[in-house]
Design a protein around this ligand. Structure first.
Ligand SMILES: O=C(O)C1=C[C@@H](OP(=O)(O)O)[C@@H](O)[C@H](O)C1
Ligand SMILES: C=C(OP(=O)(O)O)C(=O)O
Length: 449
């Protein structure tokens, strides 16, 4: 088998405390919606124009995969992209390995697309992606008729899939609260002759459902307790529709927490997506006593956005309930940093899914807190951080484990800790937020590379 394996020279970065942060900033387009806009564009007939696409490494890998499968993807200007789709059922046989780099979302959603088409494709990625569990995607796909031709030990990439002549529609209850599993099954269901149903016990981000409905798919979403039942009729003709990608709340989380913990700061983050399945961090920070005002709520391309006015001030420790995890799953590393600056204990409950992200984020956050002098403990799937008020020691070098969110979270800590914080490698920041450093620098932060 031909496999590619990406690696890069480490790029250490240090952050040190300076004056207050102030000003207005924008963060890039949402990563989840950006991946989906390229994929849905590929499965639509006609031309999809995308505005404010996140031009991060993860999304660029999805663009390459769409090209390898026969779609036309062109960059027309900053954030402005055009996709000419092949339509459902129209994928071509790729001639190269689909290398998704660091991207769980891109690889898993595309497994659903490829696994429901009669093509054979090999998926691979970097050392981080090679550790991540793919059985959770392969299991439902096998039930839908996909053949797993080859896989690395334990159901990991590199792996090769071959889709069936005709995909079998299924009813599937996701074994973990995961929008990636849900979306992979829905994308596979698009190319099956019948109704595919996904049941999730806890609601997860609903961008796939919204975008498919926007493109004209027959998709029904019913609420069932805290969860949802999503039913999709297969083989629709998706209409190419223009997409405007709103600003990513998971990226906004970094200037948001920075503005709260650097004394004297006042920052506005503009037009951030406030989809309620993504706003768990804001809810939690408000419970901690943060001063965050959501102003100018409006609709942008089918998603609600608001300007966030953030003012620094004291935070207090809280208990974060496990049912909130899906609405802030990527925000726990930076919440742990906010918790270090709070007074009292913050208990974040039910974080099992953090163990299977770009790194084992529970372990990586704990190791970072240990290096920077913040008392904490892991109890089962809970992370408990003992807040130190304004007096976080910092210092030391944090191991980022190929994880962009660990990198950005601990750089944010360094902007307010007593000693600078160094991260061993800032390269992965480019996967989701390439303008992270210039954005914070515009507010007055400084970094040393
Ligand atoms: O569907 C998506 O776009 C995502 C879902 C989440 O992953 P899981 O589905 O594994 O929870 C999240 O962590 C990831 O950053 C993006
Ligand atoms: C978990 C993340 O992404 P992915 O699963 O797409 O690699 C993330 O961006 O924090």
């Amino acid at each position: 088998m031909i496999v590619s394996h990406t690696s890069h020279p480490a790029r250490p970065v240090a952050a040190a405390a300076g004056g207050p942060l102030s000003g207005h900033v924008q963060v890039p387009g949402d990563k989840s919606i950006s991946h989906r806009s390229l994929i849905v564009g590929c499965l639509s007939i006609g031309e999809t124009r995308v505005e404010n696409l996140l031009e991060g490494e993860d999304v660029l890998r999805t663009a390459d995969a769409v090209r390898a499968l026969g779609g036309t993807v062109t960059r027309e200007g900053e954030g402005r992209w055009r996709v000419i789709g092949v339509g459902i059922g129209g994928l071509g046989q790729p001639e190269t390995v689909l290398d998704f780099g660091n991207a769980g979302t891109g690889s898993r959603l595309m497994m659903g697309v490829v696994g429901s088409h009669p093509v054979t494709a090999t998926f691979d990625g970097d050392a981080s992606l090679r550790k991540r569990p793919m059985r959770r995607i392969l299991d439902p796909l096998v039930r839908m008729g996909t053949t797993v031709v080859e896989e690395a030990e334990g159901g990991r990439v590199p792996l090769t899939l071959r889709g069936p002549r005709e995909t079998i529609p299924i009813v599937y209850e996701t074994p973990a609260p995961s929008a990636q599993i849900k979306s992979a099954v829905l994308f596979a269901g698009l190319n099956s002759p019948g109704e595919t149903t996904v049941v999730e016990r806890e609601a997860t981000r609903d961008h796939t459902e919204r975008m498919l409905a926007h493109a004209g798919a027959d998709i029904r979403v019913e609420t069932e307790g805290a969860g949802r039942r999503i039913t999709l009729r297969g083989q629709p003709e998706l209409r190419a529709r223009d997409i405007v990608v709103p600003a990513d709340p998971s990226s906004a989380a970094f200037p948001l927490v920075a503005a709260l913990i650097v004394p004297g700061s006042r920052v506005t983050i503009e037009a951030v997506m406030t989809n309620p399945l993504r706003t768990g961090l804001v809810t939690t920070l408000l419970e901690m006593g943060a001063e965050i005002a959501l102003r100018n709520r409006r609709d942008l391309g089918g998603e609600e956005v608001a300007d966030l006015d953030v003012t620094a001030g004291p935070l207090r420790g809280v208990e974060v309930p496990p049912e909130r995890a899906p609405a802030m799953i990527d925000e726990y590393p930076v919440l742990a940093v906010a918790a270090a600056f709070a007074t009292g204990e913050t208990r974040m409950r039910g974080l099992a899914e953090l163990r299977v992200k770009e790194s084992d984020r529970l372990a990586a956050v704990a190791a970072g807190l240990a290096v920077t002098g913040v008392p904490h403990r892991i109890e089962g799937d809970d992370l408990v951080v003992e807040g130190l008020g304004g007096k976080v020691p910092g210092g030391g070098t944090v191991a980022t484990e190929l994880d962009h969110r660990i990198a950005m979270a601990f750089l944010v800590m360094g902007l307010a800790s007593r000693n600078p914080v160094t991260i061993d490698d800032g390269a992965m920041i480019a996967t989701s937020f390439p303008s992270f450093m210039p954005t914070l620098e515009r507010l007055g932060a400084s970094f040393r590379t």
